[in-house]
Design a protein around this ligand. Structure first.
Ligand SMILES: [Zn+2]
Length: 351
């Protein structure tokens, strides 16, 4: 593996301190961070981890949202599932590859995907895999126990024996359990907690007792704010209770949810969160990169850590900016990503 050197204003450590540095990367690892001189015109961010996607529904991009949530996406007969059943495996794989490339071009090098379609669905995502991106595949209907799968991605909890058994089997196999809960209401929240999951997706309608429980039981919460607004499950900055989740000490990650409705663009998700929910840029980037822990790795920029990086061209804005991280996330974003580095390899470079 090549030795790489990158120069720019990097956001160092878990507090994302901006410093003008030269990073040296050897064998996939950041081996040296030294002060640099001059302005390179580059910003170096930790790579993004998209903690909740459904990349299979890339096959139906920008489907109009013209009916209730359940009729759009709930299994087995929501519109999305009808479309997926009618889609050939080749088309599915090629569509998923498009989305993975789109993510890499925007500085995302890992994602956690709810993969429908049982074992065949899980192997489709592996077949679509592109070099350098790390998928955490959460299968269902038997897909959760295949070798390629990281665990179970359950649509909702209803206290069915089949769900309880699937969660228990995933745990016995040492895999993750993830479930959507609290998206459209509160009914599925208790049943979700009863599965003792590792991850709860949405939490849009979490009440104070749910927030406390997620914090106490160290259950990570993945928020998908643009999806929640687009799909009409919130119209208030109080839902999901972002500030309360952070203040309670919950592990909170950010995801973009269904690719059919929301582009898997993590910088856009960050900008939306900061605008509507008033999170600081540091809190936001922590949520947008912390999901690497699900894959047993990280994108924190420190000596000795794996090099997972998103490099942006500063478009001449850095010298004018009083808060470079805000500038990176809310002004530059995906359109200015010029290089993506995954485990020390440059997997995308602007032409
Ligand atoms: Zn989802």
């Amino acid at each position: 593996m090549d030795n790489i050197q990158l120069t720019g204003t990097a956001f160092l450590g878990s507090d994302f301190r901006p410093e003008n540095v030269e990073l040296t990367i050897n064998n996939g690892v950041i081996t040296d961070i030294s002060p640099a001189r001059g302005n390179s015109g580059k910003l170096i961010l930790p790579a993004f981890f998209n903690a909740h996607t459904h990349i299979g529904d890339t096959v139906a991009l920008d489907t109009p949202i013209d009916r209730p949530l359940k009729e759009l996406v709930a299994p087995p007969d929501g519109l999305k599932h009808v479309i997926l059943r009618e889609t050939s495996q080749d088309k599915l794989i090629s569509a998923m590859r498009h989305t993975m490339e789109f993510m890499v071009q925007g500085g995302t090098t890992g994602f956690a995907d709810f993969r429908e379609g049982g074992a065949a669905g899980v192997s489709a995502i592996s077949s679509a895999g592109i070099s350098g991106i790390t998928p955490v595949i959460l299968g269902r209907d038997g897909g959760e126990l295949t070798a390629e799968s990281a665990g179970l991605g359950l649509s909702n909890a209803h206290r069915l024996d089949s769900e309880i058994e699937a969660a228990a089997a995933a745990k016995r196999a040492g895999k993750l359990v993830a479930v959507h809960a609290g998206e459209g209401g509160i009914k599925d929240i208790e049943p979700a907690f009863e599965l003792e999951p590792d991850l709860i997706i949405h939490a849009t309608n979490f009440r104070p007792q749910d927030i406390r429980r997620a914090a106490d039981e160290d259950i990570a919460v993945v928020l998908c704010p643009r999806s929640n607004w687009l799909l009409g499950v919130t119209d208030s900055a109080k839902k999901p209770p972002v500030r309360e989740l952070l203040d309670a000490g919950c592990r909170v990650y950010l995801g973009t949810d269904n690719v059919m409705f929301v582009s898997p663009d993590m910088a856009a998700e960050c900008a939306f969160l900061m605008t509507v929910y008033k999170t600081t840029p540091e809190e936001t980037l922590s949520m947008a990169s912390g999901g690497f822990s699900l894959a047993g790795t990280s994108s924190v920029i420190e000596e000795g850590k794996p090099a997972n990086l998103c490099v942006m061209d500063d478009a001449g804005l850095l010298s004018l900016s009083r808060k470079p991280l805000t500038t990176a996330l809310t002004r530059l974003g995906r359109g200015y990503v010029c290089q993506t580095v995954s485990n020390g390899e440059i997997i995308y470079s602007e032409k």
